[in-house]
Design a protein around this ligand. Sequence first.
Ligand SMILES: Nc1ncnc2c1ncn2[C@@H]1O[C@H](COP(=O)(O)OP(=O)(O)O)[C@@H](O)[C@H]1O
Ligand SMILES: CC(C)(COP(=O)(O)O)[C@@H](O)C(=O)NCCC(=O)O
Ligand SMILES: [K+]
Length: 254
Amino acid sequence: MLLLVDAGNTRIKWAIAAQDAAPGDWTAHGAVPHAELDRLQAAWAGHGLTYAVVSNVAGHAMQAQLAALLAPLLPVPPHWFTSRAALNGLRNGYRHPAQLGSDRFAAALGARSLAPGKALVVATCGTATTVDAVSAAGDFIGGMILPGLGLMLGALARGTAQLPQVAPGADAYAAPPTFADHTSDAILSGCLAAQAGAIERACAALPADLCIVSGGAAASVAPLLSVPHWMLDNIVLVGLHAVAPLLAAETASP
Ligand SMILES: Nc1ncnc2c1ncn2[C@@H]1O[C@H](COP(=O)(O)OP(=O)(O)O)[C@@H](O)[C@H]1O
Ligand SMILES: CC(C)(COP(=O)(O)O)[C@@H](O)C(=O)NCCC(=O)O
Ligand SMILES: [K+]
């Protein structure tokens, strides 16, 4: 069984899949905040893991913790996925290909595996929101990085005297009217419009045939979008799944 891990700056998302399973057809999956990393050992044990592909944008300490967790569970070291100049028909247009966040490259690979031959905007609404362009021919053109919804809400509360912290949670994130009549809805309206506006501008600029929206805040942002879009739970894991056989083959014959 394959283990796929997307370690972001807020949560570690993971899925276990059979080698030949369809994208998103997970045997088991979950997400934990950084503080609850210890829970992963139990979640991952007993699945007969043979290989793991890990995208980590959360720093060296996170990599060390994940390596320690995985060592007793795997017959071979995990593959630490990084962005490269080209993979699986996707060419990376970043000036320095390895500088591109591994989660962004994986998300683009995942989007292309689900919608080949389409001009795509891939938006991942996590700690940061990234909005990336992939051409129909398979070029990762580049993208935008903006504060994620939670960071935007927090920045307003921290940087002002009169604005409250709008807390995460189903009610708090329900879409407010565009022109709100009280403070917390006005904050939400502004921050959601910033997120959705960036995505819509990217779709117009490409122009995109389709937008793929994913990440922890996707369910809040996607309803505002006036462009054709698919909302997916975790496009990064789909991308890691799509290239896992290629990466495993490289390890076998480097
Ligand atoms: N209930 C919620 N509704 C909307 N957004 C949320 C909610 N809970 C968390 N979020 C947002 O999702 C982000 C975490 O998403 P995730 O995709 O796991 O991020 P990362 O990949 O950076 O770890 C948080 O920073 C926050 O902005
Ligand atoms: C932009 C990111 C912080 C997003 O991280 P996330 O919100 O998923 O935790 C991450 O992809 C990253 O650190 N990227 C490196 C710089 C770049 O992609 O240009
Ligand atoms: K992101």
